[in-house]
Design a protein around this ligand. Structure first.
Ligand code: HEC
Length: 93
């Protein structure tokens, strides 16, 4: 599927990665590894803090894209943290 996961450094981190991997199945229909385009940006290997800020920006509608606003509106802070942790571990290529 998405390549290797980094080993979690604690039980909590491992749980977050599992949740992130589960939630990411929705994202990867558009954001495919190694297939970023002008329309669909790369979201792999981003810093966790950057990733979380961007997702909250879409959720708060500070960032304008309606597709991502709709997706982010269904995510809790914990979901976003788990996705950020997961995608930070996945290489695009
Ligand atoms: C229907 C297609 C689609 C799906 C599904 C989707 N995205 Fe996106 N995503 C986009 C598009 C299009 C953009 C670019 C939006 C823009 O230009 O502002 C984007 C942008 C982003 C960005 C910002 C990247 C950057 O460098 O600006 C992040 C982070 C992101 N998506 C994460 C996710 C996550 C996490 C999921 C799953 C929960 C997800 N996306 C699901 C289409 C999608």
């Amino acid at each position: 599927m998405l390549g290797m996961l980094g080993a979690g450094s604690s039980a909590q981190a491992a749980a977050d990665l599992e949740l992130g991997r589960y939630l990411a199945t929705e994202c990867t229909t558009c954001h495919r590894p190694g297939a970023a385009t002008a329309a669909i940006p790369n979201i792999y290997s981003l810093a966790e803090s950057t990733f979380a800020e961007v997702m909250k920006g879409y959720r708060d509608k500070r960032l304008a894209n309606p597709v991502m606003q709709n997706i982010a509106s269904r995510l809790s802070d914990d979901d976003i943290a788990a996705l950020a942790a997961f995608f930070a571990t996945v290489k695009a290529n």
